[in-house]
Write a protein that binds this ligand. Sequence first.
Ligand code: AOS
Ligand code: ZN
Ligand code: ZN
Length: 393
Amino acid sequence: MTELAPSTRSRVLAALRDQRIETASWAFGNSGTRFKVFAQPGVPRDPYEKIADAATVHRFTGVAPTVALHIPWDKVDDYAALAAYAKEQGVALGAINANVFQDDDYKLGSVTNPDPAIRAKALAHLIECVDIMDATGSRDLKLWFSDGTNYPGQDSIRARQDRLASALSATYERLGDDQRMLLEYKLFEPAFYMTDVPDWGTSYAHCLQLGDKAQVVIDTGHHAPGTNIEFIVAFLLRAGKLGGFDFNSRFYADDDLMVGSADPFQLFRIMQEIVSADALNPAAGIAFMLDQCHNIEPKIQAVIRSVMNVQEATAKALLVDAPALAAAQENGDVLEANAALMDAYHTDVRPLLRELRADQGLDPDPIAAFKGSGYYETVQAARVGGEAAGWGA
Ligand code: AOS
Ligand code: ZN
Ligand code: ZN
């Protein structure tokens, strides 16, 4: 890497030191496709063990101090005790993810179901998730609805929007002052004709109507191929409506592969929008979460790699020469403006990140450190009969 000016170096290192990435409990459990779940040895058998794995990721990376839970995959009797255990392990509990997609009752939808009794059951679950947030101290309720229809004419699109709005509003009313609702959208799957929250515009419109505590969450795998995700990021940032990300990579649909593996340049472009809007620091309120499934690769190591991939994209975004970019844009200098981004993107930031970790008292190579720690061998021996902890359960 060409020598950085000392002021740039300290600015970039300080920003990277403050960065926070949230892991997901379900990433540590067995997962798969509808064709096969390949079980791995040593996977967690309960939410406590998932938290222990998430804490391990934080121990080696230093920037992943929270872990998102999924209800009911992470159902326990005492959520305050779970939060206390997380604290002992050196992490905190993050977003609470609701699940209104895995009951037989939800075949025709959850909060948009034509049957009022099923809508009431779904809403009760969303409210229960806010009760859980009170116990865990979580700030964010993450809502993803699989609701939609498979055939034209199956149900009224407008009536379903009304039902959705009403459930969102009842849940919003239940939020405490410091709690938020993050509404995720997804183009398709499991519904194939029409999804009730298919895109950022739908999520944005509902969030706008609800109020400040409702924000859009962008899952990077939930768009049509070729969608300009950084445009969505820029738009929502400007509107003050970007609540966070579910990071992952995709080649085709909702592949849930490791973030930064399919298209590291896209991840850089997203982080560049974040950095240029000064929205990287946790104080800006954007939750940078991972939502991934490690179907064939070792899970803890894959989560560590994912955290590092986000760090690398962020470091590159922080290296963009902002004054030079602004000047080129102002002068209409297309090539200089583009070069300002590309120069930063092509910088090898790995030495800088090694330096950051050394400064933080961490091993500069988290993957080698994890492999050498013996943690994976220990849990493989201890956790006999680990089960599917989420998708594919
Ligand atoms: C589903 O496709 C969404 O990405 C969800 O955010 C998530 O994977 C699920 O709710 C697990 O929590
Ligand atoms: Zn997601
Ligand atoms: Zn998804």
